[in-house]
Design a protein around this ligand. Structure first.
Ligand SMILES: *[C@@H]1O[C@H](CO)[C@@H](O)[C@H](O)[C@H]1NC(C)=O
Ligand SMILES: *[C@@H]1O[C@H](CO)[C@@H](O)[C@H](O)[C@H]1NC(C)=O
Ligand SMILES: *[C@@H]1O[C@H](CO)[C@@H](O)[C@H](O)[C@H]1NC(C)=O
Ligand SMILES: *[C@@H]1O[C@H](CO)[C@@H](O)[C@H](O)[C@H]1NC(C)=O
Ligand SMILES: *[C@@H]1O[C@H](CO)[C@@H](O)[C@H](O)[C@H]1NC(C)=O
Ligand SMILES: *[C@@H]1O[C@H](CO)[C@@H](O)[C@H](O)[C@H]1NC(C)=O
Ligand SMILES: *[C@@H]1O[C@H](CO)[C@@H](O)[C@H](O)[C@H]1NC(C)=O
Length: 569
């Protein structure tokens, strides 16, 4: 008898140890789930991934963007040059394109500064993509206005009559034709035509370029030194576009331009030029706070608005939020477009006042924004393709333009948590503005005409798959896994704790019972108590009556046992 008793006690101690283990495991799991909840490892991982440091993921994304940027170029072929010159018809054009180039960008000479800024030099180059283009640019021939002749004549519109007559004589001497039949390649990258080189010899101060191409200006951005903010000022949650001029100098926004070639504004639009009567520092000519469009601040909100600066646009382009929704790759995104009033006249949108300089040229109608200072001082203007959303008078001058929102509006989808562009179609057109010329019969038919030259669609089709998957993992799958893990951990922790508690009560009752003479063999009781524990786990209320539980197991009534377990569940 005493032997049995000792055996029972040691068994009791062993089961107690098991229960303690179970209990501690339950507590540990509960603590772990709470820790996961508190620490939020997915958030931590995202923040590590998204920190902007030498070698980090985000840094790599910015330094040499892995996105495929395509520059799709569309030209306008003139189909009725003779009729137009005779004054019989309006100028008729036909869109030819796309000719597609892949743009590669690398930010070089990167230097981290002490004051949370980074200084670098962006370098771009383009590679022709034949398989996406309509033809070989060296083979396809188009009839186009002679940009050298028309551009130079137009830029002389407010010069003295003597200069104009001298230029007209030069044109006659060279027999410069108002229309040229050239290959697309020559047109884009520079025409071998005698007027421009000769003019540049005669007027070296005025014409500082040997050739005139339409795209070389766009990609010949030169060496630019950019300083960009790495960390934004949390208080700057107001849109850069809405910052008052006096605030612009103090506000800092993440991944926004701080200075461009040492200046926070565009000198050619009067920034910091004190003797310019039309503008000094204003929203219009400030680029500080605009982004280059490679990275946007993390944790964007719909009420934030942005301006994008690219040297080829000659100005900042304001974006406006449209909607929230996933991309075709199912990455959550905010969708933006160009602000409706981006190309409004200065009297409607005062933010455009610096682009209109009445002392230099008449102000341009709605839909056009001056490019002259960025285009060798030749009167050029940027607009939406096919004069979409522009003044009706522009469309009335030209046949063959068909503005269409789905083809010609700008769209940009940005991942708001990370601030990377996912999909982009930035669409702009470059036009030659021929002012009222004097003393030159060759260009007279073009007076007051705004000639569409070409338009580009800067296209980002999507991020590479490995980055989309990573974003998906971090932003969609990760949080779900984390929440599931918290639920599972806390659930199983609670179950184990309850099981242990039930076990302790049950073993205690068993020891009590085993001291009675009719004690059943402990093993059986233990086995039944295990069954009970499971029942108790399913329905914790069963724990409330341990005596009943034990007495039933002691009665060896298996069916009753199971019934008991089920009866309350
Ligand atoms: C451009 O227009 C001219 C007629 O002015 C035509 O001969 C030529 O084939 C056209 N080019 C293209 C690429 O359509
Ligand atoms: C980043 O780190 C690499 C190697 O650790 C170094 O060669 C490079 O100069 C660093 N770049 C910057 C901008 O500090
Ligand atoms: C930060 O440091 C860089 C380089 O030293 C300097 O060009 C820039 O003006 C500084 N910016 C601010 C806001 O102090
Ligand atoms: C920012 O501009 C607002 C007016 O819009 C002005 O009240 C505020 O004082 C300015 N803040 C700073 C720091 O200049
Ligand atoms: C021409 O230039 C003079 C100043 O040189 C200016 O006063 C005048 O308004 C300009 N005219 C036009 C049409 O731009
Ligand atoms: C605009 O272009 C789309 C795509 O080519 C076309 O389906 C649609 O009919 C066009 N809309 C108009 C008004 O021409
Ligand atoms: C061109 O515009 C000017 C000023 O806007 C106007 O005076 C002139 O009559 C116009 N000429 C033609 C040919 O439309």
């Amino acid at each position: 008898m005493s032997l049995t008793c000792r055996w029972q006690i040691s068994e009791y101690i062993r089961s107690l140890a098991v229960l303690r283990l179970l209990g501690s495991l339950g507590v540990a799991l509960l603590a772990l789930s709470y820790a996961v909840y508190l620490i939020n490892p997915i958030e931590v991982a995202i923040n590590v991934k998204l920190s902007f440091m030498n070698g980090s993921f985000l840094f790599g994304l910015w330094k040499k963007p892995p996105v495929q940027i395509y520059v799709q170029v569309y030209l306008f072929n003139v189909t009725n040059p003779r009729e137009f010159l005779r004054g019989r018809e309006r100028l008729r054009v036909q869109e030819v394109g796309p000719f597609v180039y892949r743009e590669e960008l690398e930010n070089t000479d990167v230097k981290f500064n002490d004051n949370d800024t980074i200084t670098y030099t962006p370098r771009r180059h383009v590679i022709f993509v034949p398989e996406m283009s309509v033809g070989d640019p060296r083979e396809v021939k188009v009839v186009t206005p002679n940009l050298g002749l028309l551009g130079l004549a137009s830029s002389l519109h407010n010069s003295s009559i003597f200069t104009n007559l001298a230029f007209a004589t030069l044109c006659r001497y060279l027999d410069a034709q108002p229309f040229l039949k050239v290959s697309v390649h020559d047109y884009m990258w520079g025409i071998d035509e005698p007027l421009v080189p000769l003019a540049s010899k005669l007027f070296p101060k005025w014409i500082s370029f040997p050739r005139l191409g339409i795209l070389d200006r766009m990609f010949d951005e030169g060496q630019n030194v950019v300083t960009m903010n790495v960390n934004g000022d949390e208080r700057v949650d107001r849109p850069a576009h809405d910052l008052q001029p006096e605030n612009v100098t103090s506000a800092r926004r993440a991944f926004a331009i701080e200075t461009w070639n040492g200046s926070p504004g565009l000198r050619h639009w009067g920034f910091g030029v004190e003797d310019d009567p039309y503008s000094s520092s204003s929203r219009c000519n400030t680029i500080r706070g605009a982004t280059e469009g490679i990275l946007f601040p993390p944790n964007m909100r719909p009420d934030m608005s942005f301006s994008v600066y690219r040297k080829a646009f000659c100005r900042t382009l304001p974006l406006q939020f449209v909607r929230e929704g996933p991309t075709p790759d199912q990455v959550p995104a905010y969708w933006y477009t160009l602000r409706d009033d981006a190309f409004e006249t200065a009297d409607v949108n005062p933010d455009n006042n610096c682009y209109c300089r009445p002392s230099v040229a008449p102000c341009l109608p709605r839909g056009l924004s001056d490019l002259t200072p960025c285009y060798y001082d030749i009167p050029a203007a940027v607009s939406l393709p096919h004069f979409y959303k522009a003044d009706e008078s522009l469309l009335e001058q030209i046949d063959g333009l068909r503005p269409n929102g789905s083809l010609h509006a700008t769209t940009l989808a940005i991942q708001p948590r990370v601030g990377v562009p996912l999909i982009a179609n930035i669409r702009v057109q470059t036009n030659l503005v021929v002012h009222k010329t004097k003393g030159n019969p060759r260009v007279a038919p073009f007076n007051n005409l705004t000639l569409p030259i070409f338009w580009v669609d800067l296209t980002v089709l999507g991020l590479p798959d490995y980055i989309t998957s990573l974003l998906d993992l971090m932003l969609v799958v990760g949080p779900v896994i984390q929440t599931t893990a918290i639920v599972l951990l806390s659930g199983s922790g609670a179950l184990l704790l309850l099981a242990a508690a039930a076990g302790v009560c049950c073993t205690a009752g068993m020891l009590h019972a085993s001291s009675s003479p009719h004690a059943a063999p402990l093993q059986t009781a233990y086995k039944y108590s295990q069954v009970k524990i499971l029942g108790a786990v399913v329905k914790p209320r069963a724990v409330a009556k341990p005596e009943q539980l034990v007495s039933l197991s002691l009665g060896r009534d298996r069916d009753a046992d199971l019934d008991f377990g089920r009866g309350r569940s």
